[in-house]
Design a protein around this ligand. Structure first.
Ligand code: FDA
Length: 308
């Protein structure tokens, strides 16, 4: 119930206006977001890389309804990739892109605009020797996003894609995307989805995650285990060992600001750990999904409000 309310609020312009204006919001947002500017994003990347972490940077934004804004987002990624290269970080940091931020929802030729903008970003990433992963949004976009991923992979075989274990379809998608070199970031899924397309109970989602992991770990691709769940992290390690995978043939991924000690433990054990690092001023939707994932985050937020 609480999760549904927060996820509904994450898409409400009225709630957005209200929450953005609350005095302690910024301090709490900073727990999950590197800062507002490219300089902030690169600076936090440098600090995290120094601790042995790898990074995937997200220039925050989603649901763009304006072609100029979509092109500006692609340009922001090009600048980011150039800055990573200049700072000597491109071998440790890649980028994550939401297709809705580069035009997927535009009424006129949205998919084509998103494909062209994503292609620009892939070209810029390839030029500096790093990679791109396409984020996955709500289920109405899955076919479109996977279609664009298939097209881009013809030219950029290293392009990664996110799959969400909570969708009924995902085990089959994992099978399709588990071929040689295929980079798949497996997460549970963060959106409000109907029972017709997605598992609703945590226990069902967790079981689906394990089924998907089995497919990816047994495949020939590069699984990216995106979860903070201790049980799933342990199972991922066991499945990697059972499939004879070397430590450099898969990686763990977590969101910036969540379970940093666990990130360090996994690095100390010789694993690759990549942190998803968002920056920019369009933080509202991302922040609300983080509140929805964990009631304790909401309590913390409300307590901060009450003490203001
Ligand atoms: P779960 O939610 O069960 O949490 C397990 C434990 O992790 C909790 O008990 C708590 O200790 C900790 N934890 C989890 N979330 C927390 C939070 N917000 N604050 C503090 N602690 C928390 N989703 C999506 O739909 N599309 C996408 O493209 C992506 N991309 C993505 C990239 C990466 C690198 C990650 C790690 C995650 C995503 N996600 C995502 C989000 C994902 O779908 C999911 O909502 C969150 O990762 C939470 O699920 P967990 O697997 O961590 O398990």
């Amino acid at each position: 119930m609480l999760r549904s309310t927060l996820l509904a609020a994450s898409r409400s312009p009225r709630s957005r206006k209200l929450i953005e204006q609350l005095p302690p919001t910024r301090a709490i947002v900073n727990r999950f977001v590197a800062g507002e500017t490219l300089v902030d994003g690169v600076s936090v990347t440098r600090d995290l890389v120094a601790t042995g972490r790898r990074i995937t940077l997200d220039h925050l934004g989603e649901d763009t309804s304006d072609a100029t804004q979509a092109a500006a987002t692609a340009e922001a990624y090009e600048k980011l990739l150039a800055a990573l290269a200049e700072s000597g970080l491109a071998d440790r940091a890649e980028v994550s892109v939401k297709l809705s931020a580069v035009g997927q929802f535009l009424p006129q030729d949205g998919e084509k605009v998103a494909l062209d903008n994503a292609r620009r970003i892939c070209e810029a990433a390839g030029a500096v020797g790093t990679t791109v992963t396409l984020d996955m949004e709500d289920h109405t976009t899955t076919d479109s996003t996977l279609g664009i991923a298939r097209e881009l992979r013809a030219d950029f075989p290293w392009l990664g894609v996110v799959l969400q274990a909570y969708l009924h379809r995902t085990e089959a998608d994992c099978a399709e995307f588990s071929g040689p070199g295929s980079r798949v970031r497996l997460c549970k899924g963060a959106y409000q989805e109907p029972a017709s397309v997605a598992f609703q109970k945590k226990s069902e989602v967790d079981l689906a995650y394990v089924r998907c992991l089995k497919v990816l770990m047994a495949g020939e691709g590069y699984p990216m285990v995106a979860s903070h769940d201790p049980r799933l992290i342990r199972i991922a390690g066991e499945l990697a060992a059972a499939n004879g995978r070397a430590a450099d043939s898969f990686e763990y991924q977590m969101l910036y600001g969540i379970r940093p000690e666990e990130q360090e433990r996994l690095i100390a054990e010789g694993n690759t750990m990549r942190v998803y690092l968002p920056y920019g001023n369009e933080w509202y939707g991302y922040f609300m999904r983080r509140l929805a994932e964990r009631p304790a985050n909401l309590t913390f937020f409300l307590r901060a409000l009450a003490t203001k």
